[in-house]
Structures are given as structure tokens and as C-alpha cells.
Design a protein around this ligand. Structure first.
Ligand code: AMP
Length: 123
């Protein structure tokens, strides 16, 4: 499958500085900022700076340096946001079935409260 990246998506605009964001952490290859509609006391979005649509795109095509930077930054954010002890959830929605709204890879880090079960039972 060929991945098609739409550079008009809202996170691409954030990366270009066209839209403000509440930055939590920034590294060479990664930007993390607070979700505009938080679902939990801690709700941070972590995005790679490169043009990757979703997690499998990134995992298959990003450089080792980008993947290492992204993964380490997620760990640093868990530490900095204080969710290591109480627990947290990482989610990355992809495509239609995953109900992905913004077509630039992002993982949600959620914590600060009991998040309940991951999914409702399948029907
Ligand atoms: P998803 O369904 O995984 O694509 O989620 C997209 C997330 O991006 C949602 O949780 C939105 O609240 C969040 N979001 C959309 N626009 C912005 C923005 N300008 N700044 C921060 N978060 C945003």
C-alpha cells in the first residue's frame, strides 16, 4: 500500500507554526502538545515531525533515528507528566476503522484518572 500524506492536515499546520499549540516537549524529530479537547487530566499528543500518516507508515518507513527519538520522547513525557506510578494508556487511531480524525501519526498519552476498560464488548 502506498501511503498518501495530506500536508494540509491540522498537525502539519502546527508543525509549520501556522496554528498555535500547547507544547509539552520538543526534540529533533518529535513534537508533543496537549490535546485541545482533553479526555483525561493528562492528555498529550505525540507526533513525529516527518510526514507519516499513521503508526504502521512510521514503523515501516521512518529512519531508526526518528523511531528512537519518538519512542524515547514518549517515555520522557510519561515521566514528566507523572503518570508512571498511577498508570496510563497509549492510543494511536489509524484509518477508517480506527476512527482517525487527523491524518498525521499521533499517539495519545492519557492518564491522571482511572480510564476504564479499553473498548466496549464487540457486538
Ligand atoms: P484522532 O481521532 O486520534 O485522530 O484524534 C485527534 C485528536 O486531535 C483529538 O483528540 C482532537 O481533540 C485533537 N486535536 C485536534 N485539533 C487539535 C489542535 N489544534 N490542538 C491540539 N489537539 C487537537
Amino acid at each position: 500500500m502506498a501511503y498518501v500524506y495530506d500536508d494540509q492536515n491540522i498537525f502539519a499546520k502546527i508543525l509549520r507554526g501556522e496554528i498555535p499549540n500547547d507544547t509539552v516537549m520538543e526534540t529533533e524529530h518529535t513534537l508533543a502538545f496537549r490535546d485541545i479537547q482533553p479526555q483525561a487530566p493528562v492528555h498529550v499528543l505525540v507526533i513525529p515531525k516527518g510526514p507519516y500518516v499513521c503508526y504502521d507508515h512510521f514503523a515501516l518507513e521512518a529512519s531508526d533515528a526518528e523511531i528512537a527519538d519518538y519512542t524515547r520522547t514518549i517515555g520522557e513525557i510519561c515521566k514528566a507528566e507523572g503518570v508512571q506510578d498511577g498508570g496510563y494508556r497509549i492510543i494511536s487511531n489509524a484509518g477508517e476503522a480506527g476512527v482517525q480524525e487527523v491524518p498525521h501519526l499521533h499517539i495519545h498519552i492519557l492518564g491522571g484518572r482511572n480510564l476504564g476498560r479499553m473498548l466496549a464488548p464487540a457486538r
